[in-house]
Design a protein around this ligand. Structure first.
Ligand SMILES: [Zn+2]
Length: 517
């Protein structure tokens, strides 16, 4: 949530010299655009011309608009192609979050390129292309053009330059919001205690219409190659237990209990009052667990009893997950409705690597029917500290009776992890390249060839002091492992403004070497 949005409009995030460089670049590109694009490599397309297998792979990088503004479009595309062996730009086109947009996150060292000035005061987010109001008639949510970078339409600027080089452009669209965005207030989720939250209800028809309309706007208004949707939200059961790597555990804040959810309950024959009652009991159980107040039968047994007593708890979790996947399905249909050759992808978040229950909710075979590709997160460096956090989270509630190291070993077996570091060294060690290999293989087996698998490779994703930082060797090993497992490409993540150039070089080397193999 930004607290300083009022001052945003007056501040330019772009130093005047880089803005000039950008505009100069843009003017030159318009001339090229008139000449038409050079037909080239077509990842996933039928017109792939390359003889080597590499040319049919989609080798992409996630990048926010600010990097193009800071470093110049042609310069950046040069770096992506020559150093990173990239043929696809995953351009953050819609978000209000800093994970995919903005410069380096506050408090973390800048990489060796781009502006070294923090944009923490100027970053806001929104639609980095031009919103066309005619597409948003069925929703109260009206997202303006992102104000951080002036009037620049990043899609209109980057597309012709990328096409000229035969590079694909996929719009990255992320479910991250500011509460003050017009229309958002009335679409917010309601938590267990009846409070409004900062997230949007996935059953609210305005929210459904918005995602649909946004996908259509990008697909119709621009010559893009596709859309990649990010929605990293978990359901109320997993959130209540703290069954993730990043959250604080606040079971009374789980969602959603709004009127649309109540209507859905009625339709599905789920007793809403029992849902609330169950989650209130779960709240009490978790709060007591966090304080170490052991039930006489133990934490796990007490939890299982609660689920037996209130099957509505699981039903509510299922409803949440289904609604998230319905949004994915609808966006897929929206994009394909405009042009069936456009690609649609869905980002599978990191918790899928740690939590067996989340895995159970994430059915690759089903998702594959409504996606051309899945971006599976296999961030191995950051994965160490994240996995350790996950174990400590679940080890403070449901599995509190199990020593943490044993809990992790048990979980490793469930997840088919190999020989990873012990819990107290996991953050420093990170997860191995073997983890990348196994997760890639598992995903490939899961989708059964019905859609492509693009592992998201960790390139300098910020970690805490003392935790593993990516080195070029790590990046090479992880990227090579993904291809060795048979990946259809990869997506360097999270965003270019966090990446050291030597790491990008290492990814490029691994991609080129794997194409020769
Ligand atoms: Zn709701």
């Amino acid at each position: 949530m930004s607290k300083n949005n009022k001052s945003i409009q007056r501040i330019s995030a772009v130093p005047s010299n880089s803005r000039r460089a950008f505009i100069k670049n843009g003017a030159a590109l318009s001339a090229f655009a008139a000449a038409g694009s050079i037909a080239g490599i077509s990842p996933f397309g039928s017109n792939a011309r390359g003889k080597s297998e590499n040319k049919e792979r989609m080798n992409g990088i996630q990048v926010g608009a600010v990097s193009f503004v800071d470093e110049g479009i042609d310069n950046l595309l040069d770096i992506f192609q020559k150093r990173g062996a990239m043929n696809t730009v995953f351009l953050t086109t819609f978000t209000h979050g800093r994970g995919l947009a903005g410069r380096q996150i506050p408090g973390v060292k800048f990489p060796d390129h781009g502006s070294q000035e923090s944009d923490v005061k100027t970053f806001y987010g929104g639609n980095y292309a031009t919103p066309h109001p005619e597409f948003y008639k069925n929703t109260v949510i009206k997202v303006p053009h992102a104000p951080d970078l002036g009037n620049i339409d990043i899609l209109a600027e980057v597309l012709p330059a990328a096409k000229k080089r035969g590079m694909k452009v996929i719009c990255c669209v992320e479910d991250q919001w500011h509460r003050e965005v017009p229309g958002v207030e009335e679409c917010l989720e309601i938590d267990l205690m009846g409070r409004k939250t900062g997230t949007l209800c996935l059953l609210n028809p305005n929210v459904r219409a918005f995602w649909n309309d946004l996908a259509i706007d990008f697909s119709k208004s621009y010559d893009i190659d596709g859309v990649l949707f990010f929605n990293e939200r978990s359901g109320p059961l997993l959130n209540a237990l703290g069954a993730s790597h990043f959250q604080s555990i606040e079971p009374s804040r789980v969602t959603c209990f709004c009127e649309y959810h109540q209507q859905a309950a009625k339709k599905l024959g789920i007793n809403f009052e029992r849902v609330k009652e169950g989650y209130l009991k779960l709240d009490k159980f978790v709060e007591a667990s966090l304080k170490g107040q052991r039930p006489s039968d133990g934490y796990y047994v007490e939890f299982e009893r609660l689920l037996l007593e209130y099957p509505e708890i699981t039903a509510w979790e299922k409803l949440y997950v289904s609604s998230k996947h319905e949004v994915v399905n609808e966006m897929y249909d929206a994009v394909k409705g405009v042009n069936k050759n456009l690609l649609f992808g869905f980002h599978i978040e990191h918790v899928n690597s740690f939590n067996p229950y989340f895995r159970a909710e994430t059915d690759y075979a089903k998702l594959a029917t409504k996606a051309d590709f899945l971006k599976i997160v296999v961030y191995n460096n950051a994965g160490g500290e994240r996995y350790a956090s996950f174990i400590r989270n679940i080890g403070s509630t449901v599995f509190r009776d199990v020593p943490l190291e044993e809990l992790m070993r048990f979980n490793n077996h469930l997840l088919n992890y190999g020989n990873e570091a012990a819990l107290d060294q996991l953050a420093t060690a990170g997860l191995s390249a073997d983890y990348v290999f196994r997760e890639t293989q598992r995903s490939m087996a899961g989708v059964k060839g019905k859609c492509k698998i693009l592992p998201g490779i960790d390139i300098g994703i910020p970690t805490k002091a003392g935790s593993r930082k990516a080195s070029p060797e790590d990046v090479y090993a992880a990227t090579a492992a993904a291809y060795k497992a048979g990946a259809d490409g990869c997506i360097l993540s999270r965003k270019y403004s966090e990446m050291m150039l030597a790491d990008l070089d290492a990814a490029g080397r691994a991609i080129r070497d794997s194409a020769k193999a």
